[in-house]
Design a protein around this ligand. Sequence first.
Ligand code: UD1
Length: 418
Amino acid sequence: MQKIVLEGGNKLIGEVNVSPAKNACLPIIASLIALDGEILLKNAPKIADVLVMAQIIECLGGSYKYCENGLRLNTQNIKVYEADCFICKKARASFFIVGGLLARFKKAVVPLPGGCNIGTRPIDIHINVMKQFGVQSEIIDDKVIFNGENARSGKVVLSYPSVGATVNAICLSAFLKGESIILNAAREPEIVDLCNFLNGCGCKIMGEGTSCLRIIGIRALQKIKIEYLPIKDRIEAGSYMCMAAMTGGNIAFKYDNFEYISKMAEKLIDIGVEIKRNKNEVLLFANSGLKAFNLVADVYPAFPTDMQSLFCSLGAVCKGVSIIEDRVFVNRFDLCKELIKMGAKIEIEKGKAVVTGVNKLKGAKVFACDLRAGAALITAGLNAEGRTEIYNSEMISRGYEDIINKLKKLGAKIKEEI
Ligand code: UD1
């Protein structure tokens, strides 16, 4: 098991580079299964989840290679519609390949998803939306077997705007003959990016960024050669903002679409952090003496669930009582047990974390139960007195590119030990 070791107390100061978004890269790679494509995903982050998705492409018969400019993928030789169980279990997003496989083969066999340990992660919405497109499915052992022989375009309604189910609905209907309407679709920026990518490949997707998508299907398996630069990672940007705020530091980073990170920025401003914008540059100035806050994580455009954990760490040192609720993954509070080991005062009451701020956290041996909890523990460790050891830190490399070096460059005393 890998661990990250850090000594708190240093302010984070300087400029940090935000990588392209993991959650944009994963659906884009998955969508490529529907095409005979050669793609250069520019600056694709070297993180474990992206590698897993590339390995899935390889297992299906395609290929991938990291090069100087990013990640090259080729799906021309994909011949298999059954995905490898061992690899798929490593990432929840492996289930995003269902739509592309159905578009290409009219069949798909995909293992039940693995991924982050953040509570139950059902697939009923995926199954239901596929059913509305005429796709039959059954679960046998640990696999879902989809039959799309009778798949057809049409109007479908998601019972909840699941990101993954929206990805699958798009990746299938973009290649079904005729017009499809997807209602109650997810509106996340990464869904918009997937639509932009597919439109660049010749697809006809309209309404991206709204909950009603209109899609005119094109033929699957078209030959495509394309270079694409995904949007920057809003969660990574938010994470560095949170970490800098935690240390009373000041950082700057480039980010084109400020509205994608505005909910996090607004919350930080509420608690006493100063945030300025200069064209596409974001500048953050923090002091000690941050104030408690209330936060409800929900689907976009609300505050993102993926940032909730980091704000639990921040709340642990804000003056007063902060109340944090997650309406997306309602039980995503395992992290709090670890924060308590670091001296945080947190109680979970009726699905909400009630966090009473203390002056300072203290270093401890803690366990990263999931990706964002890992980042939250780094956030806490940056403030803590003494040495923090974060075990299971492989979790963090699933989603944060080069985080140790980025933090070192900002002045943190941090290293990874294997
Ligand atoms: C994506 C993101 C993840 C983020 C999440 C919510 C990627 C690779 N991952 O995950 O970082 O935390 O969106 O913003 O993009 N649900 C069901 N049934 C289903 C599908 C989902 O009940 O069939 C529930 C989930 O348990 C969860 C909620 O819906 O409570 C949101 O899940 P979903 O939007 O599907 O998240 P993911 O696509 O897995």
